[in-house]
Each structure stands twice: as C-alpha cells, then as structure tokens.
Design a protein around this ligand. Structure first.
Ligand code: CAA
Ligand code: NAD
Length: 305
C-alpha cells in the first residue's frame, strides 16, 4: 500500500483532499480507507475524546492489516497510513480546502442538516458533499445547502466494518449531477470498493431489506420464541449469514438500529415501509436506554469483551 497522495481526476479538477465528519465506527473506517488509498484525510468530530476513539479504531484495524501484509514492519505500515490523517474539532477549518466531504455523524436529520448547512458556507464551491446515512433521505439532508451544492450532493453509503466490506451504495437525488455521480464512482473504486447505484429511497438497497429482518429478529426474541444465541446459530448455519442478526445488531450499534427505526416511524407510510415494520420494540428501547449499544459500549445483546 502506498501512502503517496494520488486522488481522483474529475472534469472540475482533482479530488485529493477528503474530510470525514464523525470519528465513530463508520467515520474512522472511511477515513482509514481514504488514507490507505491515496487521499489526504482530515477527520473531524465534536470532541478530542471522540477523535482519539476514531484514531484508536484506525490504528487497531491497520495493525490487523499490517500483520498480514507487512508482518516485518507493522508499525511502519500503520504510521505510514496514519500520517495521511489529521484531526480537528473545528468543522469550518476541516472543510476549507476539502474536495470531498463524507459525513458519518449520528443518524439524526436535524443534526446532519445543521452540520451541512454550516459546511456549505465554509467549503469551496466545487467541493462534493456526501452523507453516509443508513436510512435518512439524502434529498432532505441536502436541502440544508444551496441549489448549486445540491448538484454536488449524494449519498455515499459504506458498510461496517468499512476496511473489510467491499460495497458502497451511491445514492443519487434528482439534483445530483452526472459529474458528481461519476466522480463518486471513481473515488469509490479508487478506495478499492465496488459501487452500486440507487435512488434516494428509505434504506436504499441493503438496509431496506436488512433492517426489517433485524427488527423482526428482536421481536422474535421478545416474544420468547427463541434465544438470541439460537437465532444467530440458525441464521449462520441455516441461512448462510456470516453473523446472525444479534451479533450483527451488536456490531452495527443498537442506538443506530433504533434511530433508523425511529426515523422511518416518523415518516411511516412513505417509501413503502409499513407501520408494522417500524413499530416500537420495547426490548430494543430498553437496551438503548440502559446504554447497551453493542460492541461500541461493551454490552448489547451479548457482553463484548
Ligand atoms: N479492519 C481491517 N480488516 C478487517 C476488519 C477491520 N475492522 N474486520 C475484518 N477484517 C478483515 C479480516 O482481517 C479478514 O481479512 P482477510 O480475509 O484478508 O484475512 C476479513 O476481514 C475477514 O475477517 P475475519 O477472518 O476476522 O472474520 P470473519 O470471516 O468472521 O469476517 C466480518 C468478519 C467481515 C465482519 C464478517 O463477520 C461479516 O461479513 N459480518 C457481517 C458484516 C455485515 O453484514 N456488515 C453490514 C452491516 S449493515 C451496514 O453496515 C449498513 C448500515 O447502514 C447499518
Ligand atoms: P457512532 O456512534 O459510532 O459515531 C458517530 C460519531 O459522530 C461520534 O463520534 C459522535 O461524536 C460524532 N458526532 C455527532 N455529532 C457530530 C457533529 N455535529 N459533528 C461531528 N461529529 C459528530 O456512529 P456510526 O455507527 O459510525 O454511524 C455514523 C453514521 O453512519 C450514521 O449516519 C449511521 O446511520 C451510518 N452508518 C452506520 C453503520 C453501522 O453499521 N454502524 C453502517 C453504515 C452507515
């Protein structure tokens, strides 16, 4: 892996500088694959503690990769990539020179809109904005920006764990320009990912199918039909899934799963998601209330060491 800056050429210039907002599970992963694949990356979050958490996620993942790819110099490999990442809590400063912004902050329409509305006043006119939202409307997030920026706005939906999952969904709104779309395709490919394209519909492709399944698995356990362990075993050994639904829920984050259901509930009926699919699940609400978010908090459906 080279740590030299390469970037992607588009008709409006080279995309070399990537700014990622949110240093959690997803933002850390996106910053890492950007830095591994020739982009100069700025990672931004609201606190230094959150930034440090992101850097820890990245360095753990890089040493895992380094142990396989460069076993003689894992430290050098990790440092070489990490040198392409700088951090700041100053959102305005983070985007001043950015060619591409990828937002991976909390799954809240209001907070995402507030952030993008502010960034729109600070970023270069040609900078592309992308959201990694799991379930919110890209069109509604983009409406916080100028009409010109809405042409340079799309969904860029990575999957967890970002360094290992090959898919990226590129979500076009009716305003996303062809040039923006083509540039995002090239960037995705440069990051070693495989893109699919979809319209701005709730959950895009994967989550539209995956989230109802995950929510139904919780209801199954809530009803007492089976234990999380047996549901996971059944779907791994009988359904061919790499992780059963409860391991996956802990992996994704129970708070994120709950925000997704809540967001869809508020818009119930739109986009073809029925009220039944997103009705509240007391077991999920209770776990989130107790701070049991899954792997990121050490406890979820399972205790995570
Ligand atoms: N950093 C770097 N590499 C990683 C990694 C990480 N964080 N996690 C896994 N890997 C790599 C491993 O090093 C390994 O690489 P090699 O094949 O080169 O050896 C490979 O991924 C497989 O890992 P493991 O052998 O350790 O373990 P595994 O075979 O059990 O795979 C897994 C781990 C890839 C996470 C697999 O369990 C899996 O695919 N789980 C399902 C994940 C999934 O469904 N994600 C989507 C969630 S939904 C979502 O993201 C959308 C949303 O909006 C909510
Ligand atoms: P996370 O809770 O791990 O991290 C979110 C980060 O955003 C935190 O570090 C938080 O401090 C930060 N943040 C909150 N408000 C901010 C702001 N105004 N400015 C900058 N940073 C801010 O969450 P995550 O799992 O990484 O999810 C992030 C986004 O990615 C969400 O939109 C989620 O739906 C989406 N997503 C999640 C997954 C998943 O499996 N977890 C997969 C794909 C997409």
């Amino acid at each position: 892996v080279s740590s030299g800056i390469r970037g992607v050429s588009s008709r409006s210039g080279k995309v070399e500088k990537l700014t990622v907002f949110g240093a959690g599970l997803m933002g850390a992963g996106i910053a890492q694959v950007g830095a591994q694949n020739g982009f100069k990356v700025i990672l931004s979050d609201v606190t230094d503690k959150a930034l440090q958490n992101g850097l820890n996620i990245i360095s753990k993942s890089l040493s895992r990769i380094g142990k396989k790819t460069q076993p003689d110099d894992v430290e050098g490999f990790t440092k070489g990539i990490m040198d392409n990442i700088s951090t700041t809590t100053d959102a305005g400063e983070a985007v001043e020179e950015a060619d591409l912004v990828v937002e991976a902050i909390i799954e809240s329409l209001k907070i995402k809109r507030d952030l993008f509305g502010y960034l729109d006043t600070k970023a270069k006119a040609g900078c592309i904005f992308a959201s990694n939202t799991s379930s919110l409307s890209i069109t509604e997030i983009a409406q916080s920006c100028s009409t010109e920026r809405q042409m340079r706005f799309a969904g860029l939906h990575f999957f967890n764990p970002v360094p290992a999952m090959k898919l990226v969904e590129i979500v076009r709104t009716t305003h996303t320009s062809d040039e923006t779309y083509e540039t995002l395709r090239s960037i995705t490919e440069q990051m070693g990912k495989s893109p699919v394209t979809c319209k701005d519909t709730p959950g895009f492709i994967v989550n539209r199918l995956l989230i109802p399944y995950l929510l139904d698995a919780i209801r199954m356990v809530e009803r007492g039909d089976a234990t999380p362990e047996d549901v996971d075993k059944a779907m791994e050994l009988g359904g061919g899934y790499p992780m059963g639904p409860f391991k996956l829920l802990d992996f994704v984050g129970l708070d994120t799963a709950s925000y997704i259901a809540q967001g869809w509930r508020e818009k119930s009926g739109s986009g073809g998601i029925s009220e039944e699919v997103v009705k509240p699940i007391p077991l999920l609400d209770r776990l989130v209330k107790e701070g049991k978010m899954g792997r990121k908090s050490g406890k979820g459906f399972y205790d995570v060491p």
